[in-house]
Design a protein around this ligand. Structure first.
Ligand SMILES: C[S@@+](CC[C@H](N)C(=O)[O-])C[C@H]1O[C@@H](n2cnc3c(N)ncnc32)[C@H](O)[C@@H]1O
Length: 410
């Protein structure tokens, strides 16, 4: 099947067809998009957020067009909702017993602390503990430096949700044990759109997985040599670097950042100064493109039903098992009366995907529209008592393409 590629700002696609001999591949085979090394690069970016931003004199929040975490109307709305949750828990002896006295508010994605400070200040009842989570230890360390272990009388905890390669401790399990049935509200802004996702093409009743293989063009390669040879990156070194990226060891596991980290660390040693290294990293990221391959796939009843009314249409959409699993996991940890609040770029009508071809690059990270209808269908299929509300952020004076989704456990 012929598939047209489209040029999109900050995108992984290139206009027209680039001949194979003009590409230097960064992946050996076609893989599901969620398995591509782009996600490992994304992870490394958050792990190096501070030095990356300092070296390039940037602020990630500016790059993503400002964060909803600074929206005062939204903070007030959410703090009021949380206050009501605390009130009704206090009035319900059974729930109070379940929660054994300490109620936790969980924030995912600790790259920013704006929300935490304003939210805590806005909360009339300070009888709860605030937990910051992230997969990056470094991001959490920076947040701890900023907020400490107590803020306006509220205890702050930090929990890294990434298992340490060198430790036997299963941190995710420890996390689940510690907070099971004690979380009253989860808050996640611009986090789930940063999770690995796959892309699927729906075409007139049929579904195709879009597999990808990342590359840079020879032209980009020559540009990098030209720009960075004087600061230490010779042609041979760059070629070696790209070959290593494309040939990870057999034991390499996605999500374990060690391999990409090793390659980037090696690259860093070539550069005579830190700024050039981060500039190179940014350039390489900007130059990464996808070659794409369509594979017909069958889908479950839920997806078939969702797409029934679009039979004559053709558009692609995102599907993230990681997002689904994570939300299901968080839902399990909620106490009855709890809520997961997701603030993100969320597609609420599948046809909106016609105007968005994700994922998009920001600095050296990724943003992708969340598939709202699919997520809602999954949650409703699994939980009888779930109640989901969505509101556009334009109701709070924010961006119209952003949504707050509240998933309530009744
Ligand atoms: C765009 S920042 C959002 C920070 C803040 N909420 C804001 O809007 O400014 C995304 C954050 O999510 C974290 N993150 C991304 N994927 C994650 C995952 N799978 N588990 C936990 N944290 C993750 C990143 O490390 C980063 O701190």
């Amino acid at each position: 099947m012929q598939y047209e590629t489209i040029k999109y700002k900050n995108h992984f696609r290139e206009l027209g067809v680039i001949k194979d001999e003009d590409k230097i591949y960064l992946e050996k085979d076609f893989v599901l998009q969620s398995q591509s090394i782009i996600w490992d690069f994304n992870k490394e970016f958050w792990d190096h957020l501070e030095p990356f931003m300092n070296a390039l004199g940037k602020d990630y929040k500016k790059s993503i067009g400002g964060t909803a975490d600074a929206n005062e109307n939204l903070i007030k709305y959410s703090a009021q909702k949380f206050a009501k949750q605390l009130e009704s828990i206090a009035l319900t002896p059974l729930l109070n017993k379940e929660g054994s006295g300490v109620f936790f508010y969980l924030e995912m994605g600790a790259a920013g602390t704006d929300w935490a400070k304003e939210f805590i200040a806005e909360c009339p009842n300070k009888n709860f503990a605030y937990v910051f989570t992230d997969f990056s230890k470094k991001v959490l360390e920076t947040a701890r430096h900023d907020l400490g272990s107590e803020f306006l009388g509220v205890k702050i905890e930090y929990f890294c949700l990434q298992n340490d390669y060198f430790s036997n401790e299963d941190r995710i399990e420890t996390f689940k044990e510690k907070y099971d049935n004690k979380i009253l509200r989860v808050h996640a802004t611009n986090v789930y759109d940063n999770f690995p996702c796959d892309r699927v093409l729906f075409s007139k009743g049929f579904f195709y997985i879009i597999n990808v293989k990342s590359y840079i063009t020879k032209e980009s390669f020559l540009f990098l040599i030209d720009k960075y040879t004087s600061v230490g990156l010779t042609e041979l070194r760059l070629l070696g670097l790209l070959q290593r990226l494309a040939n990870p060891p057999i034991s390499y596991m996605h999500g374990e950042t060690t391999y990409i980290y090793q390659v980037l660390k090696e690259a860093k040693d070539y550069f005579s100064n830190e700024k050039s290294f981060y500039e190179f990293w940014q350039d390489l990221w900007n130059m990464m493109k996808f070659e794409e391959q369509l594979t017909p796939t069958s889908v479950d009843e839920k997806l078939t039903k969702l797409f029934n009314s679009f039979k004559d249409q053709e558009f692609e959409f995102s599907n993230s098992i990681d997002v689904e699993n994570d939300i299901l996991e968080k839902y399990d940890l909620l106490m009855t009366g709890g809520c997961i609040e997701i603030i993100d770029i969320i597609v609420n009508d599948l046809l909106e995907y016609k105007n968005f071809l994700g994922p998009v690059k920001y600095d050296a990270s990724i943003a992708n529209y969340l598939n709202g209808p699919l997520l809602q269908a999954t949650l409703k299929e699994k939980f009888e008592n779930v109640e989901i509300q969505t509101k556009s952020l334009k109701d709070f004076g924010g961006k119209r393409n952003q949504t707050i989704m509240e998933i309530n456990k009744n």
